[in-house]
Design a protein around this ligand. Structure first.
Ligand SMILES: Nc1ncnc2c1ncn2[C@@H]1O[C@H](COP(=O)(O)OP(=O)(O)O)[C@@H](O)[C@H]1O
Ligand SMILES: [Mg+2]
Length: 389
């Protein structure tokens, strides 16, 4: 295979991968996906140790050599902060292995129902993933788009700061920018695949948009898109479309999230998610539009004070969520402060306003107020350091 030469610089000896994973030790095993088993490892490269995720091709799981080389080709050409990085590969002794940067929070599917993943964090993950997909769909100078064809929450990986990175390009295809569609055998994952593509075999860029819409509803509803294969009502896309149209999305939003959301933010987020699922592909938004709307949703969330209920009895969960969100807001806006004093004054003002707004809530619950004050002091310290350097 002559093209192997092109990727020679990415070749990693099998011996090094065995060393990195302690000979594919069970303790290093992460999960098994459509490609085969995935292991965590510590690889020595150019004298430095790096954490890696190692994917070993098992052809009995459906994917094969074509997908293996496709992944290497795509990821060696396309680099972006919201795409996973391929560090190398191994094609030796009958083994086909891909080696990636290790993303410590693994994949989005594992966190969908977690109460620790706040609404703001969820919005940011969706924004990151949309940025990665917009980059792939943008033909730029190459005049070629990359259509991913397997967008799903398990292909959105998360680093230690919860930044989203799109992964798994084995099924992706180049499509000339001036071509509306290509005819291919439909592939993808059950529940995420665009029904119009499955029916016709015509692949368009809007098929990725459909799958992303499904992921947006997964994020909102805190569950996978297919739970029970035999029960039609359990297909999230259909359920979400129905609830959106009947204005009763609140009945399917993940418990604990609704209390954290501003109404306008929920409206913006769910409208764009709903449009992604449009039956008529020409009516679906582009990733540029999706990104813009998600960013508006995040801004609305930050702006809307009424998102935080003011009565005495609101659940402790909501209090914690609010505390986390205020901290996050301060962190996110910290780069806008020009001097530590500026930062300190603005933080104190924000804190005072916050306490005033929530006086009734925080005074009876001293523990919450104490924790809030403590964590704010940590944020303040961190920001002062950041501003000094
Ligand atoms: N680079 C990585 N860092 C950390 N975990 C990973 C990485 N790549 C894959 N994983 C984990 O391994 C699982 C299996 O991956 P994969 O083979 O892509 O299958 P699938 O996408 O069908 O779940 C993923 O769901 C994810 O949790
Ligand atoms: Mg995957």
């Amino acid at each position: 295979m002559s093209f192997i030469k092109e990727f020679e610089h990415l070749r990693i000896p099998l011996q090094d991968i065995k060393l990195a994973t302690n000979n594919f030790d069970d303790n290093n095993y992460i999960s098994r996906g459509g490609f085969g088993k995935v292991y965590r490892g510590e690889l020595i490269r150019f004298g430095k140790s790096v954490m890696v995720a190692v994917k070993c091709l098992d052809p009995t799981f459906g994917q094969g050599n074509t997908e293996f080389w496709n992944e290497i080709m795509m990821l060696s050409r396309y680099k972006h902060q919201n795409l996973v990085s391929l560090l190398g590969y191994c094609y030796e002794d009958g083994e086909s292995i891909l080696v990636y940067e290790y993303l410590s929070n693994k994949s989005l599917n594992m966190h969908l129902s977690s109460i620790h993943l706040s609404w703001i964090q969820r919005l940011k993950i969706c924004i990151g993933a949309a940025k990665g997909l917009q980059y792939l769909h943008d033909p730029g100078m190459t005049m070629l788009r990359v259509l991913h064809r397997d967008i799903k929450s398990s292909n959105i990986l998360l680093d230690d700061n919860w930044n989203a990175k799109i992964s798994d390009f084995g099924l992706s295809r180049f499509v000339p920018a001036n071509q509306e569609f290509i005819f291919t055998n439909p592939v993808g994952s059950f529940g995420y695949c665009d029904p119009a593509y499955v029916e016709s075999g015509l692949l368009t860029k809007e098929s990725d948009v459909y799958s992303f819409g499904v992921v947006l509803f997964e994020v909102l509803c805190g569950r996978l898109c297919v739970v029970d294969y035999n029960d039609n009502r359990r297909f999230l896309s259909k359920l979400a479309e129905r609830c959106y149209k009947e204005k009763r999305l609140d009945t399917i939003v993940q418990g604990g999230l609704l209390e954290q959301m501003s109404k306008e933010c929920l409206r913006t987020f769910s409208t764009i998610a709903y449009q992604c699922l449009h039956e008529d592909r020409t009516q679906r938004p582009t990733f540029g539009t999706i990104l813009r709307e998600l960013e508006i949703a995040l801004r609305l969330q930050y702006q809307d004070q009424s998102a935080f209920p003011e009565n005495d009895d609101f659940a402790p969960n909501t209090q914690w969520a609010h505390i986390n969100e205020t901290e996050q807001y301060l962190k996110d806006t910290s780069t806008a402060f020009r001097t530590p004093d500026d930062a300190a004054v603005r933080i104190q003002t924000a804190f005072r306003e916050h306490l005033l707004r929530h006086k009734k809530v925080f005074y009876p619950r001293k523990k919450g107020a104490r924790r809030f004050e403590h964590s704010l002091s940590i944020v303040k310290k961190g920001m002062k350091q950041q501003l000094k350097c």
